[in-house]
Design a protein around this ligand. Sequence first.
Ligand code: PNS
Length: 158
Amino acid sequence: MTIAIYPGSFDPLTNGHLDILERASKLFDRVIIAVLINSSKQPFLPIDDKIQLITLSVSRFKNVEVDSFTGLTVEYAKIKKASALIRGLRAISDFEYEMQMAQMNKSLYHELETIFLTPKPEFNFISSSLVKEIARLGADISEYVPEAVNDYLLKMVK
Ligand code: PNS
């Protein structure tokens, strides 16, 4: 069985993330969307809410599971017996950071391959940070995030 992890902050999950997840779910038997619990950084969304929103948003993918983790991604990948780590690559601006992470992860754990997937062009400019910013400033974000996330953020910024 081929297992992939899709780690990230998902603060919040966007339609771009969902697009990457859908592609990954067609390539692997099992995909685990793994939300980082970062104790040194205060997230916008509490972890339990993030998990709940992601679970609601990915329910249509039968081979996708939602989980959270702390510590090194490669250690989490070993525990889950994952052979691949999925990352979305949008623009050249993502490239340097993503390349560095992929090479560090490879150096830490040779068995794990990072697979970069690109979203549909219409999702290329969407990022969690921009979505947060425009939601706070009162813009309609329904085009950029799953329905559950949109409803949640609307209540949050009211
Ligand atoms: O959605 P993000 O914030 O771009 O995801 C970054 C993430 C969570 C994949 C990265 O920060 C990570 O892997 N953190 C866990 C700690 C770790 O393994 N750091 C070394 C990475 S080379």
